[in-house]
Design a protein around this ligand. Sequence first.
Ligand SMILES: C[S@@+](CC[C@H](N)C(=O)[O-])C[C@H]1O[C@@H](n2cnc3c(N)ncnc32)[C@H](O)[C@@H]1O
Ligand code: SF4
Length: 387
Amino acid sequence: MNPADAQQDAFGVYVHWPFCLSKCPYCDFNSHVRHHAVDEVRFARAFAREIETTAARTPGRTVTSIFLGGGTPSLMQPQTVGAILDSIGKYWNVASDVEVSLEANPTSVEATRFRGYREAGVNRVSLGVQALDDASLKSLGRLHTAREALDAVAIARSAFDRYSFDLIYARPDQTPQMWIDELKLAISEAAEHLSLYQLTIEEGTPFFGLHAAGKLKTPDEGLARTLYDVTQEVCAQQGLPFYEISNHARPGAECKHNLVYWRGQEYAGIGPGAHGRLDIDGVRHAIATEKRPEAWVMRVEDNGHGVTSDELLNSEERADEYLLMGLRLAEGIDPARYQMLSGRALDEKRIAILREEGAIVVEQNGRLRVTQEGFPVLDAVVADLAA
Ligand SMILES: C[S@@+](CC[C@H](N)C(=O)[O-])C[C@H]1O[C@@H](n2cnc3c(N)ncnc32)[C@H](O)[C@@H]1O
Ligand code: SF4
């Protein structure tokens, strides 16, 4: 997609479903396991109220993308998904070509709901496949086998024109050749989009404790770099180049919703622990809601929303966020937009040094982007430019 064509008035709605059947040992997302049935009707009512309140703060917007993420949204009944989408359509205008994605776990039970989701208005699913061999899936604490995941991918393919799946790489004991073979199999199953994440050891997770105790060995820096490089090479060769550091798509098949985040556009966050970025009276608000699901419902029932923090971003914070998110993209950032947001230009001397080091390039159209050599040290590049 040509960034010049990017709609500046894109508006995304993220809806968080915070429940999972079990907690994966690597995951630090806001996800909770309940040993009783979740009251979906009560949650749907709370989603509707928070949508109404948020829409009243953002009049005149047209929703261009919706993302139902989690947790495990594919545990929701299709009627619940339908009710959430109806509420969004009731309180906001919705573009006729709106992208509606739903994150699904690839178990056979969840795949039986795919047609119901399509009828409810979902037009894209993103499946958390994570690995294509059973030993890895077991060590990641997943509840599905590779066969089951591929069967779910086939059902997604028959139910939706657009689908994607996630894999985690740089797993313990993974060699570059094993990853290349797995990736090629994944690409043969993926129509247009793949998300490929390097395993991150998140503080507070069981993997963190195991890693600290030396019981979980992850690739060293050199091997991680090789795994990253082969990911880029294989995907590019097979027609799925990266468009964001962890996301690959056929040209034109990028996830519109995720581009909203990375391009620094506006989005509403609905549900427990959801984040939003809204422009109200010309000022950007960074909004977050109560993370605990039942506490969020009660807040919404009392106040019409579950917001626990609503901070105004100053021009510097806003510009830094634009750099941090935008430099993850293959299309990079527009230095003129950075200047407009921050009130100052990027430092020419720093740009010159980073260019000499081969970490960034400045395109003829003026856009600045990170190179393949720069991506493995992206945090340092961003820190340098933002200083
Ligand atoms: C919000 S999660 C959930 C989707 C869904 N519940 C599932 O697990 O299939 C989105 C994706 O983040 C990735 N992810 C989560 N934790 C990770 C970690 N510690 N390291 C790398 N990727 C991770 C996984 O690929 C996962 O599919
Ligand atoms: S990875 Fe997915 S299924 Fe596992 S705990 Fe996290 S959100 Fe839930």
